[in-house]
Design a protein around this ligand. Structure first.
Ligand code: F6P
Length: 536
């Protein structure tokens, strides 16, 4: 079956027909369910058997993937074809983590040699800073980096650092993203300018928040070190001339190209701060993990392909069962920022109402994503996950072995991850609750039993890493990148543009002018009243 519209209708029909079906009941009638719905992918194990689809539904979902041209789209992505038509760009983030000497192209232009050269320059700088060969203006070694950037120039590096940072880092890495001065104040607090590098990361080098914070950091360096402080400034940008015009010395500007989307850019020089703070070897391992997942995504058959199956499970919930929200809960404190990262990756990529050809989309696109670290969230939103009126599918992540050496606490963490997935699916029947309450007055049992009942049947995907290594983190992020891509292809949208963020930016600049004494603009009454109240 090759017709996409028919494939969608079939998927929606089988999902709707099975709306009340028990997920746990499927294990009884599908002896090979676990085998077909779980797989080993590079650096991780994926279990999708607690999702609501039957194996017959899985086949329908795989037909949808084929009808949607996933295989051809995947080849176009890796070939550097224009997969971002509204900006006439390729999306070549996979080239950034390619094997050395690879032969990637973007719109026909060879890019791998330039990527290899940038990787070598990153490694050289990281080595020089870490060894003390490169020192600050007063001759002292660098002890801290302040990474300034926002959105795709922030979430990825922040996640990588939080996930992989050693307990006693040789070089401390801090981040500032928000234009709220409190963010920069915290980032700079207690640091010695003479021993601090400032890395300003912005694809465009025009982003209001980043340029504002970069000016604060430049002034902070110059106040302590004079213009020699500029030697502590580094920039990463796809607009290197703008970075130089800002005052960053030309040999301290690292480039990347416009065919790297912001939210896909952690693999580029955007990861420079992490490469310095973690070491170039760790950064290269991170890239290797991404490459391993790329190879899997490119070569595994669709029914054993982790990103494809993860995407189809989400689509079954999102489109088949009209579920507009998904939770992501890593049972790993070091992966606490994964949900934030995925919010931009998935919602900025696929939060679209128009196809790549300008027509209204035929069905719902990206779900809202939220989450935080387990077990903390069990004491926050899990009440709703278990007994709320909406069913919220959840990605549960766990790490088999502790990153802090051999910790006796680790089984407590993984036990909770497994238990929550089981509880969400299996629930607890009213009969079981009544049996537990036996002996209490009947009126009390009648009142309490429904409140203590868990209907269950709430889906989850389970992702298990062996250890949270740089390689595993790279594979995990690439898994979600490709999942997002597959969804975008099936929804027929452009996952690589973000026009929806522009209007608010433009209005903010206009309103800033009004707040700072400019002529009042034409607004709705509510907006005018807020502008009047906040005028400086
Ligand atoms: O949030 C909107 C956005 O355009 C993102 O796509 C991007 O990652 C972020 O702003 C930062 O942009 P830049 O790297 O150009 O400063």
């Amino acid at each position: 079956m090759r017709d996409l519209a028919t494939a969608w209708t079939r998927l929606e029909a089988v999902a709707q027909a099975a709306r009340e079906r028990r997920i746990d009941g499927l294990f009884d009638i599908e002896p090979d369910r676990l085998a077909r719905l779980s797989l080993e992918a590079p650096e991780l194990f994926l279990d999708l058997s607690k999702q609501p689809w039957s194996l017959a539904d899985l086949d329908v979902a795989l037909d949808l993937a084929r009808a949607g041209g996933i295989e051809a789209a995947r080849e176009a992505l890796f070939a550097g074809a224009v997969v971002n038509p509204s900006e006439d760009r390729a999306a070549q983030h996979t080239a950034l983590r390619g094997a050395k000497g690879a032969d990637f192209k973007a719109k026909g232009e060879p890019v791998s040699a330039e990527i290899d050269a940038t990787r070598a320059a990153i490694a050289a700088l990281a080595g020089a800073v870490r060894s003390g060969a490169k020192r600050g203006a007063t001759g002292k070694p660098f002890r801290a980096i302040v990474h300034i950037g926002i959105g795709g120039s922030d979430f990825g590096p922040r996640l990588v650092w939080e996930a992989l940072r050693p307990l006693s880092p040789q070089i401390e890495l801090r981040f500032a993203a928000n234009v709220d001065p409190a963010d920069m104040a915290l980032a700079l607090d207690g640091l010695d300018p003479a021993q601090t590098l400032v890395v300003v990361v912005s694809k465009t080098f025009t982003t209001l928040e980043t340029i504002t914070n970069a000016q604060v950091a430049r002034d902070w360096l110059r106040a302590a070190l004079g213009t020699a402080g500029d030697a502590h400034l580094l920039a990463v940008s796809a607009a290197p001339a703008v970075a130089q015009a800002f005052g960053v010395p030309a040999d301290q500007v690292f480039g990347f190209r416009d065919w790297v989307g912001g939210r896909y850019s952690v693999w580029s020089a955007v990861g420079l701060s992490c490469a310095i703070a973690l070491g170039a070897e760790a950064f290269e391992e991170f890239l290797a993990g991404g490459l391993a997942m790329d190879d899997h995504f490119r070569s595994a058959p669709l029914d054993q392909n982790a990103p494809v199956l993860l995407a189809l499970a989400h689509i079954y919930n999102r489109n088949g069962l009209s579920r507009p929200i998904r939770a992501v809960v890593p049972y790993a404190q070091r992966l606490r920022l994964l949900p934030n990262f995925l919010q931009q990756l998935e919602m900025e990529s696929n939060g679209k109402q128009t196809t790549a050809h300008g027509a209204p989309v035929a069905r719902a696109t990206a779900a809202a994503v939220f989450g935080d670290a387990g077990t903390n969230v069990q004491h926050a939103f899990f009440q709703l996950m278990h007994q709320g009126t909406d069913i919220i599918p959840v990605d549960i992540l766990a790490v088999a072995k502790a990153s802090e050496g051999e910790s006796a606490n680790q089984p407590k963490l993984t036990a909770n991850a497994i238990a929550q997935a089981e509880a969400l699916m299996v629930g607890k029947t009213e009969a079981a609750v009544r049996a537990e309450l036996a002996g209490e007055p009947q009126a009390l049992i009648d009142e309490l039993a429904p409140q203590k009942t868990f209907h269950g049947n709430r889906p989850s995907s389970f992702i298990l890493l062996d250890r949270l290594t740089p390689r595993a983190l790279g594979a995990l992020i690439a898994l979600y990148e490709h999942k997002t891509f597959v969804e975008g292809v099936l929804w027929e949208i452009n996952s690589f543009d973000q026009w929806g963020v522009e209007l608010g930016k433009t209005l903010a600049v206009r309103i800033l002018g009004e707040l700072e004494g400019g002529a009042p603009g034409v607004h709705d009454p509510s907006t005018t009243s807020l502008v009047t109240r906040l005028k400086v």
